[in-house]
Design a protein around this ligand. Sequence first.
Ligand SMILES: [Ca+2]
Ligand SMILES: [Ca+2]
Length: 96
Amino acid sequence: MHHNAPSPTILLLFFAALAVVGSTAAAAPGKQDDPQKRFARKDANSDGFLTLEEFKAGLKDKALEKADKRFKKSDSNGDGTLSFDEFKAGMPKPKG
Ligand SMILES: [Ca+2]
Ligand SMILES: [Ca+2]
């Protein structure tokens, strides 16, 4: 590989990539995001319960395919909605 000076195109791509990475990181649920915030964000009507629709909102493809199972599994009292406790219990547990 030659060490040429970066062309304007390369620089543009570089900054575009940075922007994409930045926005993806901001949009994706971070590891430090606490369950309460995730729950509140999903609870579109803020009634303290997640319906299946609310639970699936924003998910796509594979996550969406798993959502039904996860929802049913998490819904421990079978009332068709997830309380915060149920939501939290159904989340992958952080290690440590
Ligand atoms: Ca709700
Ligand atoms: Ca429930």
